[in-house]
Design a protein around this ligand. Structure first.
Ligand code: HEC
Length: 96
């Protein structure tokens, strides 16, 4: 019985570990980015492709945008961790 509990606990840890390895697309969905942004259509905010195109020559875009979203400067404040924001932004910037 005890052994079964250990296995269940280990499985739980593994499952939560997988949560951290979410792809940027998953994060964008889970964190509500897609409520306001669509792949190739303007919604509340510009489309992901439009954003990627705007920043395609800007090497510092990821850091700048992370700052903007985290601080809520000119953008609805994003309720996501730094790692999640990074993943989501890499995804957004890769959609060009
Ligand atoms: C409540 C609606 C809303 C949500 C939720 C939202 N956005 Fe936005 N987003 C906007 C609007 C409106 C703009 C256009 C204004 C601007 O440029 O900041 C925008 C612009 C952007 C830009 C371009 C900013 C620039 O300087 O050109 C990026 C990148 C972006 N959003 C990423 C995200 C990510 C990543 C998430 C999820 C963590 C997200 N957004 C969630 C509304 C939203």
């Amino acid at each position: 019985m005890k052994a079964i509990l250990v296995v269940v606990a280990a499985a739980g840890i593994l499952a939560s570990g997988v949560g951290y390895a979410q792809s940027g697309a998953d994060v964008a969905k889970a964190k509500g980015c897609l409520n306001c942004h669509e792949m190739d259509k303007k919604k509340v905010g510009p489309s992901l492709k439009e954003i990627a195109a705007k920043y395609k020559d800007d090497k510092g875009a990821e850091g700048k945008l992370a700052e903007k979203l985290k601080e809520g400067k000119g953008h609805p404040k994003a309720a996501a961790s730094d790692a999640e924001l990074k993943a989501a932004l890499q995804y957004v910037l890769s959609t060009k």
